[in-house]
Design a protein around this ligand. Sequence first.
Ligand code: FAD
Length: 545
Amino acid sequence: MPPTHEVLNQVPPLEGYDVFSADRALGEGLRREGGSWAEEQAKRLGRIAGGEAFAWGFQANAHTPVLRTHDRFGHRIDEVEYHPAWHALMKTAVEYALHALPWREERAGAHVARAAMFFTLSQAEAGHGCPISMTYAAVPALHATPEIASEWVPRITSTSYDPRMIPVAQKSGALCGMAMTEKQGGSDVRANTTRARALGAGGPGAEYEVTGHKWFCSAPMCDVFLVLAQTERGPSCFLLPRWRPDGTRNRFHLQRLKDKLGNRSNASSEVEFDGAWARLVGEEGRGVPTIIEMVNHTRLDCVIGAAAIMRHAVAQATHHARHRATFGRRLVEHPLMQNVLADLCVESEAATAAMLRLARAYDGGDERERLFARLATAVVKYWVCKRTPMHAAEALECLGGNGYVEESGLPRLYREAPLNGIWEGSGNVICLDVLRAMSHGPEVVEAFLAELAPARAAEPRLDAFVKQIERDLRDRDGLEARARSIVERLAIALAGAILVRHGEPAVAEAYVTSRLAGEHGVAFGTLPRGTAFKSIIERATPIVG
Ligand SMILES: Cc1cc2nc3c(=O)[nH]c(=O)nc-3n(C[C@H](O)[C@H](O)[C@H](O)COP(=O)(O)OP(=O)(O)OC[C@H]3O[C@@H](n4cnc5c(N)ncnc54)[C@H](O)[C@@H]3O)c2cc1C
């Protein structure tokens, strides 16, 4: 019998490559922002991310976590079972210290190095980044109470992944989650109804009993959580472990797991605290400022996660277009497809550059750098996350029908794309945070603008763009309703400034012409005539084999 058909014109899978080294913008950015010492490590991780971890990503999302509220005898156990692929991803992330690198290695560029590696592994699978990010971000908040920090920081910065559900004293490493959001309010955490009662005199580090619920509690198999609960003095931050000091399970009850759009490898639960044992972190009534230390770092990770989605989308789309032919030539040779791909590449490269610059601001420095981080974290979080869903949809379309099929990996990317924009402050809340930061005095805006100054001097179109933002900021009328427009342009100005100063000239020119000088439509694929389409695409295309 003759075969029914030959398989022709299908694209080889994008696998078995070094995700880090294939990304020129990432490598250049890592070196520029002070993390070059981590390059060899990042390459090793890059090979894992483009190899076995890619397969783990598919498995961990196909075999999703299962809740076990009780054992077979009826005792509450409140455990979640994960597929081995989840554990493989977590073990890799922990061994590469993606949850702890800057706290373990106090050297310049540590946040940048971590950002580059978190970005690399996230491209294989995004869901496991949630507990990794929360554990990383918890450390600055724990320092509010030194006796708690000295007990817990060594545990949660260990590079040994130990998923056993046993008291933490018997474990070689631990992970930390965060539970703020309740049914009646997420953004508005002051509306929390969960209550805490001191078991003794109370105060920082003292024991309390927490009663109430949380509507979202991701990665519930973490060993410990930072939780907000009300005391007489208002919202307060508590350290709430899964086990009590007497070796019994804490009264931390998993009600159900969320059935989510994406992020399916990661369990997100609803929990009830039935007089759960906890310790106060920081002062009573100072819960919001205490936990904000954590939230700032998770916001940085939202930027890294969203930029990683864009980069992976670009890798898939350019790879596909390089191999697939239609109407007698490869997709990448069709002028209109070149415009779409180049536009996606430019957006992704701008996100990568902004994310690494932002990470450097977390490496410390002077007061100006601290003020820059205050504003830039919210500004960049808003815009990079806002661009990601549209970017993912357009990249998916580059693969045609194959992009709509699960096996391509693009549907998972598409479902993941809105999430970083929602958690750790949804779009509007972030824009309001930018206004709040600006309202404290002129220094924050000055620090931000100082960052743009050298590029403004070199690029008149950037200068004109920023002058308009300055005029809009001076006009206080209806500022709240205009916040998105202002924050969006601040983000574009920052990315433009970084590209003008340090970027590949063709990419910088395309970004400035389209995003700052207005020669761009609403959809991707509307770059103006004269753009260096080919070189922009070639720079971003991963070469496999
Ligand atoms: C997959 C997933 C996992 C999560 N995991 C966790 C977790 O582990 N721990 C945790 O604590 N939380 C978690 N969350 C919750 C998340 O942080 C909240 O959903 C988010 O902060 C938004 O809060 P909300 O859902 O209550 O929405 P709301 O606060 O009701 O906001 C709804 C919308 O209104 C907008 N809005 C709110 N206030 C204003 C205003 N003043 N002006 C204009 N617009 C406004 C918001 O931007 C948003 O778009 C998770 C969420 C998801 C989706």
